[in-house]
Design a protein around this ligand. Structure first.
Ligand code: DGJ
Length: 705
């Protein structure tokens, strides 16, 4: 008999899989189990009872969760052939083991459907699941869904996932696992502002530093579904899959649906432990931006000039940017076609002579002469009805039946399944990148998809595949090109886009108070160096709040940092502070973009701490932030995390770009330096000053013994 039990064990994580009922079944996912124990003993330990009023022989649903196995939860594969062949029963036909994984091919020979699923443990202990569905028989197989699941133990009681909207992405929501399905779905064609990125099941006590967490992410930028299900029999599972529209995937004989990768992140040291595994995985890629070069300080001119493009003004901006230490200058929306505001021009990716009579060269020359590289904005998947492209090819928009979809921001979506449309965008963007010296493009996507069909057939999936293909092709043609994924801020941030883009615009909200949450939770799945963080205008354009440069700087430091502000309006004193910020960022970005990220839960609800510690524990930087006025005269102590418990650390308080304001007569005794062991700093902590709301400071931590 061929092998029926598999124990994958790597980086502190174990995955146990058995095939005793003729189907691959993951029956344990959690902390690494002791090596050498016969895996059949584990199976023995969890054998299900034979209950009354139930099937005579308890079934283990396995990866495919078929109805034919008396499984009444949500099946992994949903589909039919002309109303039949919907109840598949897959039998294992082959198993292939690799160094850190195993893959299983199963078939329903009567129905002519073959499925394959592979499980692999990454070097950082993530479970990587890839699966496919192939139609082997004559007649079209209509695939409605195909998802991958992992088991959760009984002591996983809580759910944490993230919701959001424009200007307020990635807000946490915690709830209890109950019987039934908790499903987070994105149905807007892109992953969306509301995209959870990762959905966690957790133990009741779990927080950033403590407890067990089991996260699942769909690495995909299109429609998605993340599910936690508890069946009435008591089993609990977590899974994810692409959310397909009716008829979107139809498989002719011999055709295969390859599902997006599903990533499982387990940790027994809280959310930060799972986050660390995800970061390590993303960072291990050869093309990861910080494996190529440090992340340059950017100036994006959107909130500085909006559509008002004038060479003189932008030249002045470039000069101030140089003084402040900016390394990349990005020209945003408004340089092309008839795009003088957001009513027209999308689709016509040629420089507008009306605003740029001599092309972009004069500006690019100025930017380069001031020691910066140049970046440019596109929104290539979109088209304004008021554009030459639309007038020539109105049939190239995504649409269903004979109606025109509802406009959003006065625009429609180009159907990239038309080779003509795809080639138009690729050709025009390529021409600009060929003509000009452009290191970086910001690629926007400012509307949701409505009625998104290609000749009547839903095409969200193909649209997503096309944009991946387009990005990859642009990078192939222009080696070294960096792409930022933006979708009205953070509307397309996910682990699928990580493979094709190099930066995410985290949110259109540059208000540092709002940014605290947005950054904290987006960075759980996405490493900080991929998250754009800008110092915005003094008076926030999105909330009308006013903040000091210090508070804006201490917020913008924690990602791929930059500015987005009319710097020509700044005073000489402000420029000194901004220079301090960029100098600090440059001196520390190596650590900020490679260290282990820690987040501390707020004890009083008014303050919190987060930071990074070098992977070898030798140094770290933390931020202490006052979100509001503390309830207590003596504020709750600030604790650190991620240090070596027995290490001796020198801690120093650092004001970045301006002194914080406080409501006390003395400064903390430890402000100029204190040397303490990691255990004390992590368990007891330091007494912070009584900060005024919306101020903060940094702590530099160096291991001295
Ligand atoms: C939305 C983006 O998020 C902004 O940063 C800016 O690029 C505008 N679009 C331009 O239209």
């Amino acid at each position: 008999m061929s092998k029926q039990l598999f124990h994958l064990n790597r980086a502190g994580v174990s995955l146990l899989i058995e095939t005793s009922q003729g189907t691959p079944n993951v029956f344990y996912w959690g902390a690494a189990l002791r090596a050498g124990v016969d895996p059949s003993q584990y199976l023995l330990g969890i054998t299900e009872p034979v209950a009354h009023s139930y099937v005579d022989k308890p079934q283990r649903p396995g990866a495919w969760r078929e109805h034919a196995r008396a499984y009444w939860g949500r099946p992994a594969v949903l589909g039919h052939r002309d109303g039949k062949d919907w109840s598949q029963l897959f039998t294992l036909v082959s198993t292939t083991e690799s160094e850190h994984g195993v893959s299983f091919i199963s078939r329903d020979s009567d129905l002519g459907i073959e499925v394959e699923i592979s499980y692999e443990l990454s070097a950082s202990g993530l479970v990587l699941m890839n699966h496919r569905v192939t139609n082997l028989a004559a007649g079209t197989f209509f695939l409605e869904n195909s998802s991958a699941f992992l088991p959760l133990p009984d002591h996983a009681t809580d759910i944490l996932d993230f919701t959001g909207r424009w200007l307020k992405e990635r807000q946490p929501q915690r709830s209890k696992i109950n019987t039934g399905i908790w499903s987070r779905e994105s149905r807007e064609g892109r992953s969306g502002h509301d995209y959870t990125i990762v959905q966690f099941a957790m133990t009741e006590d779990a927080n950033f530093q403590r407890g067990e967490v089991w996260g699942v992410s769909l690495a995909w930028s299109g429609q998605a579904q993340h599910i936690i299900e508890r069946e009435p029999v008591g089993r609990t599972t977590i899974g994810a899959g692409e959310l397909l529209m009716p008829g979107e995937v139809t498989l002719a004989q011999g055709e295969t649906y390859q599902a997006p990768q599903v990533v499982g992140s387990y940790a027994n040291d809280g959310i930060d432990g799972a986050s660390h595994r995800l970061h390590q995985w993303v960072r291990a890629r050869k093309q990861h931006p910080t494996n190529v070069r440090p992340r340059p300080v950017s100036l994006n001119v959107w909130e500085a000039v909006y559509f008002d493009h004038r060479l003189e003004k932008l030249t002045a901006l470039a000069q101030v940017a140089k003084e402040i230490g900016v390394e990349r200058f990005v020209l945003d929306d408004g340089w092309f076609g008839a795009r003088r505001d957001d009513h027209a021009g999308l689709g016509d990716w040629t420089v507008a002579p009306e605003v740029w009579p001599n092309g972009l060269k004069p500006l690019i020359d100025t930017v380069k002469a001031n020691g910066m590289e140049f970046g440019l904005w596109f929104e290539g998947e979109m088209i304004n009805p008021d554009s030459d492209l639309y007038r020539a090819h109105p049939e190239w928009i995504l649409h269903s039946a004979n109606r025109t979809p509802i406009e959003a921001r006065y625009q429609q979506v180009l159907d990239l399944s038309h080779e003509g449309a795809y080639n138009h965008v690729l050709g025009q963007v390529d021409a600009i990148l060929t003509e000009y010296d452009i290191a970086y493009i910001k690629w926007d996507h400012n509307r949701t998809l409505v009625d998104a069909a290609h000749f009547g057939k839903a095409t969200m999936r193909n649209q997503n595949i096309a944009i991946y293909r387009l990005f990859d092709e642009l990078k192939r043609r222009h080696p070294g090109l960096e792409i930022e994924s933006c979708a009205s801020g953070g509307g397309r941030i996910d682990l699928g886009m990580v493979e094709h883009a190099d930066r995410f615009w985290t949110s259109d909200d540059n208000d540092p108070l709002e940014r605290q949450n947005i950054y904290r939770y987006t960075s759980i799945a996405i490493p900080p160096e991929l998250l754009g963080t800008h110092i915005g205008p003094t008076h926030s354009h999105s909330t009308a709040r006013t903040h000091t440069i210090g508070f804006r700087a201490i917020t913008a430091l924690w990602g791929h940092a930059g500015l987005e502000w009319d710097l020509t309006e700044t005073t000489a004193d402000e420029r000194v502070l901004l220079r301090e910020f960029t100098d600090y960022y440059k001196a520390n970005r190596g650590l900020l973009h490679s260290g282990r990220v820690s987040r501390l839960d707020s004890i009083d609800g008014y303050s919190w701490t987060h930071g990074v510690v070098a992977q070898d524990g030798s140094r770290g930087i933390f931020a202490y932030i006052a979100l509001g006025l503390s309830q207590y005269t003596e504020p709750k102590k600030l604790r650190l995390a991620g240090l070596e418990a027995d290490g001796l650390y020198q801690v120093k308080l650092v004001n970045l770009a301006g002194q914080y304001e406080s409501i006390q007569r003395t400064e903390p005794d430890w402000a100029t330096g204190v040397t303490l062991d990691g255990r004390f700093l992590m368990s007891e902590g330091l007494r912070p000053p009584i900060l005024k709301p919306e101020f903060g400071f940094l702590l530099e931590v160096v291991k001295v013994g």
